[in-house]
Design a protein around this ligand. Structure first.
Ligand code: ADE
Length: 231
């Protein structure tokens, strides 16, 4: 077998994952043995008789903080499941922003442990002890790291050889290497939908002209919406 990638997801809400993981491309990659995903409930490592995993912040302030002990015990146990302790990644809006080059860099790991926070975040000692890569999926606040972890899994899995067909993978390449452009508009049948026509040029059969038109469309859209990609 070729390359494979293992994810361990550490969360308080393990039930959020199966629905997503069992669909489409991701499921195919799992069935093919290219991707292996294990979800772990931090609460199982609670040392408290009420299964508590959080507490109020020292110094006061709103919300609850995930306690250091259950998180560390959980990660230690998960790391010990294989010979390779893996790259620990903490999902947090304070982290490095995920973008295609970051995804490509992360895709060189064969094992990653994704920590999903809830509430006001983790006790700082979790960061001090595990020295994780802190990763954000964008400048907005989610209710927890679970959806962010799914984004990471989704974007990395498509970079594992064998998961995508060749055509799609070369499109991904063209977005990540230098030439970053938004997509040109695409059409399929019918040619006329209630008076909305497919652009004439796409029916012309002139491949050179079509390619030119698509480039112009891409460039115009990129300039209008994402000037930053051209800089
Ligand atoms: N947890 C809450 N918001 C997040 C974000 N934007 N990225 C990663 N993890 C998060």
């Amino acid at each position: 077998m070729g390359l494979s990638m293992r994810f361990d997801i550490v969360t308080l809400f393990p039930d959020m994952f199966p629905g997503y993981l069992s669909q489409s491309l991701l499921n195919k990659a799992i069935e093919a043995g290219i991707v292996d995903i294990h979800v772990h409930n931090m609460r199982d490592w609670s040392t408290d008789k009420h299964n508590k995993i959080d507490d109020r912040p020292y110094g006061g302030g709103p919300g609850m903080i995930l306690s250091v002990e259950p998180v560390i015990r959980c990660v230690e146990a998960v790391q010990a499941m294989t010979d390779d302790p893996g790259q620990v990644i903490m999902m947090t809006p304070q982290g490095e922003r995920l973008c295609q080059p970051t995804a490509e860099r992360l895709a060189t790991n064969v094992r990653m442990i994704l920590l999903c926070g809830r509430y006001e975040g983790f006790d700082q000692r979790v960061v001090d002890i595990l020295d994780p890569l802190e990763l954000s999926i964008g400048d907005y606040i989610l209710n927890g790291g679970e959806v962010a972890a799914m984004v990471v899994v989704d974007s990395l899995v498509r970079l594992v050889p064998g998961v995508l067909g060749d055509q799609q993978s070369s499109w991904d390449d063209s977005f990540s290497r230098g030439n970053r452009m938004l997509e040109y508009p695409q059409y399929t049948r019918p040619q006329n939908f209630e008076g909305h026509e497919v652009p004439e040029i796409l029916l012309s059969g002139n491949h050179k002209k079509i390619e030119q038109w698509r480039k112009t469309q891409s460039l115009a859209k990129t300039k209008l919406r994402r000037q930053d990609l051209l800089e």
